[in-house]
Design a protein around this ligand. Structure first.
Ligand SMILES: [Zn+2]
Length: 448
């Protein structure tokens, strides 16, 4: 399997080399590249291990990479380095796979040139078992990470069109908490256990120390020792476990949120980065100070952006809406009376309104969540119109908008390139409304 993946990677690099050789602004034709792929598979022995279909898919992916570049959605295609690149092999045709469920927990699948292998059955696949979902498998992709090879099926499923949901009684604001990952405006939190158990965390520290020791005795200019490689592999494995658990929790949490709420408001990530420095001020200490170093920070860092992305598409699938609001003042404004003062936030976690007529107190993150909810509601379009409006706006935008300057270039391979990722149909982007609540009347309470 590894040999196939490395052959696929080498093939990509060969294609890229051929394209770069043509010089600036010129690319070889697809027919020429196709002929080169065939030649390489026939004459280079170790490239021959890659099945023809998978080789074609590499060429397709490479073509797609250039199209994305001209669309302005991605940078130039690059060489794939041996150690930094994820190992990937495609099985583009579903009928080659012959998926069969053999056990409650196991399935069997045909992998070209490898044979029949079993895989862990985690989800019902369409068209395999009697009572499984409708649809069919159209292909698969094999991906390797520190824990081994995984198979991802591409399926064609029957999905009901989403219908708009009323959010009058079904809205929530979500804030990133100091101690818990998500604090909701309804006062509940979404928490998780540490990604690694105590034993696993101890082992990780141990391996990291061992790696440091082994690095120290290594003479510069010599190869990484076999022992050090093994230690690195162990560290990678534990990190992969933590990452997988984090992703699992995120998927489950966002699915539950999208199921139970029609309108979810969150803070706009880009803006919050500017507003909230790590240190913060005395009145509103920064939020990232308390976070622990290393692994936790790394996972938390990518978690918020992904949480928002997951929520956006899951809500869109269910006829809901995600609203991103500016995080300005969400931690200093009283969510009960709208009184805005830096002293309102007494500490990292305690919020007490300094308005003598109000005096509301509570958890600071809960208060921020309520503010975010309110701002999101104010930004959301009128309930009875929004579904129609956004659909019209979306389809209109995809026709009218001018592609960015970079995207105007015509593809030499004859495809029409347009701004919406090269797709001819309406882009299936989740509807996300971004805005700042600073303009609303509820937010303009002056400082005393
Ligand atoms: Zn108040």
């Amino acid at each position: 399997m590894d040999a196939q993946a490395h052959a696929a990677r080498a093939l990509w690099n060969m294609l890229h080399e051929l394209c770069l050789m043509c010089g600036r602004g010129r690319l070889p034709t697809m027919a020429y590249l196709d002929a080169e792929v065939r030649w390489a598979r026939k004459h280079v022995e170790w490239m021959g291990v890659l099945p023809a279909q998978a080789a074609q898919q590499v060429l397709n992916d490479y073509r797609r990479a250039w199209l994305n570049c001209w669309n302005g959605t991605a940078g130039m295609p690059r060489f794939k380095a041996r150690y930094r690149t994820a190992l990937v092999v495609d099985v583009p045709q579903g009928r080659d796979l012959q998926v069969k469920r053999v056990h409650r927990r196991w399935g069997m699948v045909n992998i070209p040139k490898v044979g029949r292998v079993r895989f862990r059955w985690t989800k019902d696949l369409p068209g395999v078992t009697k009572d499984g979902p409708e649809g069919r498998i159209t292909g698969a992709r094999l991906v390797k990470d520190a824990l081994g090879w995984h198979i991802v099926f591409r399926v064609e499923a029957v999905v009901e069109a989403a219908t708009a949901r009323a959010w009058a009684d079904s809205h929530v604001g979500v804030d990133r908490g100091v101690r818990v990952p998500l604090v909701l405006s309804d006062g509940t939190v979404r928490d998780h256990a540490p990604w690694l158990t105590a034993t696993e965390a101890r082992r990780l520290v141990e391996y990291e120390r061992r790696a440091a020791r082994q690095r120290a005795v290594r003479k510069s200019g010599t190869r990484t020792s076999r022992r050090l490689e093994i230690t690195y592999a162990k560290i990678r494995e534990l990190r992969a476990i933590a990452k997988r658990r984090a992703l699992d929790w995120q998927h489950k949490t966002t699915t539950a949120l999208a199921d139970s709420f029609a309108l979810v408001s969150v803070e706009d990530l880009r803006v919050s980065n500017m507003v909230r420095s790590a240190k913060g001020s005395i009145g509103a200490p920064g939020r990232n100070v308390a976070q622990k170093s290393g692994l936790n920070r790394a996972i938390a860092g990518e978690a918020w952006g992904r949480t928002v992305d997951l929520l956006a598409y899951k809500l869109a699938d269910r006829g809901g809406l995600l609203v991103k609001v500016s995080p300005a003042n969400t931690s200093q404004r009283c969510s009960e009376c709208g009184f805005l003062h830096p002293n309102n936030r007494e500490s990292q976690s305690v919020f007490v309104c300094k308005n003598p007529e109000c005096g509301w107190s509570g958890n600071a993150d809960h208060n921020a969540g309520r503010n975010i909810d309110e701002a999101g509601l104010a930004l959301a379009p009128p309930q009875d119109l929004w579904w129609l409006d956004t659909k019209v706006a979306l389809s209109r935008r995809s026709k009218v908008s001018n592609p960015p300057a970079r995207a105007r270039r015509e593809s030499p391979w004859g495809e029409k390139v347009n701004a919406s990722g090269g797709a001819k149909t309406t882009p299936k982007t989740p509807i996300v409304i971004v805005g700042s609540p600073g303009t609303g009347p509820a937010w303009s309470t002056p400082w005393p």
